[in-house]
Design a protein around this ligand. Structure first.
Ligand code: SF4
Length: 427
């Protein structure tokens, strides 16, 4: 069969908020897309060689509607759903079978099913072979549901080579996954429901081989569970970074502020090439306590101390603040900038907390009739898509625009970009 895999288009921050460009172009922040997600490369790796696989990144290339396909598979998260659904509709009208999978279809299959012949709910490893067999036999079903795969051992390496044009991305880094599942239940996150509450680790040697195959100097390990404060996770993370150290890559790692700052762990990470730690504020209890109204001196000092420990190990902090959580009031913007100044942070981004389908927040906001009826493409963290509880829509929208300028006022662009391969535009 000829199989087309599609990574649909989504809007980056400055496409959604062009008025921020004057401030942000000097810093490189806000105008880059993260490297393509792993859904399409994983599907390609799971497709037997008897099939011809072509992948298209709709952010870069036109979708080839005029070629003969036996199957089109769309893999997407919610901000891509507007584009994905248009692509699905068009191929269905041409009579080509369309399968939708990934974060959005798994979280909202009824919605995805309006624009595809079949919806895959769950991890591709447990579903894709059956879908291919059913398409070949002409027996495609409307819904495929899989349990999470119990073990990540021995999975084929994602085939990132099927998505061409890495030069089209301002940030040229390879995305790597080491862990699936999360024991926490942050209200605005869909990962525990999609991947389960149990942490599943990829074998260290598999991750190392994956990292070694990436043709860029920078690698983005996109699991904020790596820094969870349990002995088992600390042992895995230490072993992982020991294995990555000889590869000489520049590593970008993510975490919440409820993170393990054991000096030995941090020094192992720094020695392995971890140059940046992307710390998300606003979901975990440590960062919420430091930023809520009337935060205690203790909570504030603790947050600053944790950030200082990361920086003292030689790892640059890239802070990321969720805005519009129900616990926040209009004073949150000022409190965030004050915390950033006190911690001497020079790199931050801000996003609007978004009720993604499949999250507890989505359910609550729906029950309370607080969605504003915005299209999926605006669920990209740059638009207010639901009424917040602690301020008006207008206050949140204006505060989001203003906090970028307030943070970057006086920050040296050279410091900001010191740890990332994202380049600023000439002033
Ligand atoms: S935001 Fe991070 S820590 Fe919270 S549930 Fe999601 S993956 Fe887990």
């Amino acid at each position: 069969m000829r199989v087309l895999l599609v990574y649909p288009r989504f809007r980056k921050l400055l496409e959604s908020r062009p008025a921020l460009a004057t401030t942000l172009n000097r810093y490189g922040v806000g105008r880059f897309r993260t490297p393509p997600a792993l859904g399409v490369p994983i599907l390609a790796s799971l497709t037997p060689q008897e099939h011809e696989v072509v992948a298209v990144d709709a952010n870069v290339d036109p979708v080839p509607y005029d070629q003969p396909w036996d199957l089109v598979a769309l893999s997407y998260f919610t901000p891509q759903a507007t584009d994905a659904h248009g692509i699905g509709d068009r191929f269905m009208a041409l009579g080509v079978p369309v399968v939708a999978g990934g974060m959005h279809p798994s979280s909202h299959p009824a919605d995805a099913g309006l624009h595809a012949d079949a919806v895959a709910v769950g991890e591709a490893e447990g579903l894709w072979a059956q879908i291919l067999a059913d398409v070949a036999a002409g027996t495609l079903r409307r819904r495929y549901s899989g349990m999470t795969v119990p073990s990540l051992a021995g999975l084929p390496q994602p085939r990132r080579d099927v998505i061409p044009h890495p030069e089209a991305y301002e940030w040229q880094a390879g995305l790597v996954q080491a862990v699936r599942g999360c024991p926490f239940a942050c209200e605005a996150c869909s990962l525990p429901r999609l991947f389960g509450c149990t942490l599943r680790h990829r074998p260290v040697q598999d991750v190392a081989a994956d990292v070694a195959s990436i043709p860029f100097p920078e690698v983005y390990i996109a699991d904020d569970t790596l820094m969870i404060q349990t002995p088992a996770m600390a042992a895995y993370t230490t072993e992982l970074f020991d294995a990555l150290q000889p590869l000489g890559k520049s590593l970008f790692v993510t975490s919440t502020l409820s993170l393990n700052t054991d000096p030995l762990l941090l020094s192992t990470m720094a020695a392995a090439g971890v140059r940046s730690l992307y710390v998300v504020f606003g979901f975990d209890p440590v960062s919420r306590k430091a930023l809520e109204v009337g935060a205690s001196r203790r909570a504030w000092t603790r947050a600053i101390d944790l950030l200082a420990r990361v920086r003292e190990s030689g790892i640059h902090v890239f802070a990321s603040f969720g805005l519009g959580g129900d616990w926040q009031d209009p004073g949150i913007f000022e409190r965030i900038v004050a915390l950033c100044r006190a911690a001497d942070l020079d790199l931050a981004e801000f996003f609007l907390v978004t009720p993604y389908p499949g999250t507890p927040l989505w359910e609550r906001v729906n029950e309370q009739d607080r969605l504003l009826g915005r299209p999926w493409e605006e669920f990209n963290g740059a638009h207010v898509v639901h009424r917040p509880a602690g301020m008006s829509v207008e206050q949140l929208d204006q505060g989001f625009a203003d906090v970028w300028s307030a943070f970057y006022d006086g920050v040296d662009p050279e410091r900001t970009l010191s740890s990332l391969a994202i380049r600023a535009r000439p002033a």
